[in-house]
Design a protein around this ligand. Structure first.
Ligand SMILES: [Zn+2]
Ligand SMILES: [Zn+2]
Length: 239
């Protein structure tokens, strides 16, 4: 899989569609999707939701009363454990090679988790903000994977996606390469709110992976400073 993946990256998408028939990235079975129904139901799921601040179990993903502040998310829901090697491979494939084809299936996992928690109704008044990429990274990658994940969610919840409110001003090192304290420094001042007067009500940030939460908490802080009353996040995986 990782061998195929680097090969795929080198070739580019157009050609890979011709060279590689559609097959499941997890089990290798030929079929209709890059993640077959069997594998989708079998891949490890997150057993419990975790607090964004202390990373300990938190009912419904709601940030513990002792952990929540104006500088943190109010809650976060994730579907998959990022510690699992298979999950890491699937997410790498999603980010670098098969984004459009995998987005719908992966987003479905998030929607399922939200339903399992009984929270679909809770987000009816939220507006979705996909975590933005810096323009340089967006140009290089050609798409924002967080926006692709947001679309099925917005259709299901019948809420709007706002892509212009939060901007990534500074090009930062990938958080994944950094330790917790470095991550906080790396991300500080990386984002800004384009139009603070437009901020009101409740927001749902969407991203592919969360680890220490530095990025999501930074955006939550900015939104709350501008008047947001509540900020939650959904990520495919929690590491
Ligand atoms: Zn499969
Ligand atoms: Zn906590």
């Amino acid at each position: 899989m990782s061998k195929v993946n680097s090969f795929v990256k080198a070739l580019g998408r157009e050609i890979t569609d011709l060279v590689f028939p559609v097959y499941c990235l997890n089990c290798g079975k030929d079929g209709q999707s890059y993640l077959c129904r069997d594998c989708l139901s079998k891949i490890p799921k997150l057993n419990e939701q975790l607090c964004i601040n202390c990373q300990k179990p938190a009912p419904f993903g709601k940030t513990h009363p002792r952990c929540v502040s104006r500088n943190t998310l109010d809650g976060i829901i994730s579907a998959l454990p990022y510690s699992d090697q298979k999950i890491r491979e699937i997410i790498a494939a999603f980010k670098y090679s098969f984004a459009e084809t995998l987005a719908e299936r992966l987003s479905a996992l998030l929607i399922q988790e939200m339903k399992n928690l009984g929270l679909s109704g809770y987000f009816a008044e939220f507006k979705i903000i996909p975590v933005p990429l810096h323009s340089r990274r967006l140009n290089w990658r050609g798409f924002n994977q967080s926006l692709l994940l947001s679309k099925p969610l917005s259709r299901m919840l019948n809420v709007e996606i706002q892509t212009e409110l939060v901007k990534r001003d500074r090009f930062t090192k990938p958080q994944i390469e950094l330790k917790k304290e470095q991550r906080r420094q790396n991300i500080q001042g990386a984002f800004s709110i384009t139009n603070p007067s437009q901020i009101s009500g409740r927001y749902l940030l969407v991203d592919d992976v969360v680890t220490t939460g530095s990025t999501l908490n930074e955006i939550a802080k900015l939104l709350k400073q501008s008047g947001a009353s509540e900020v939650w996040a959904m990520t495919l995986a929690h590491g």
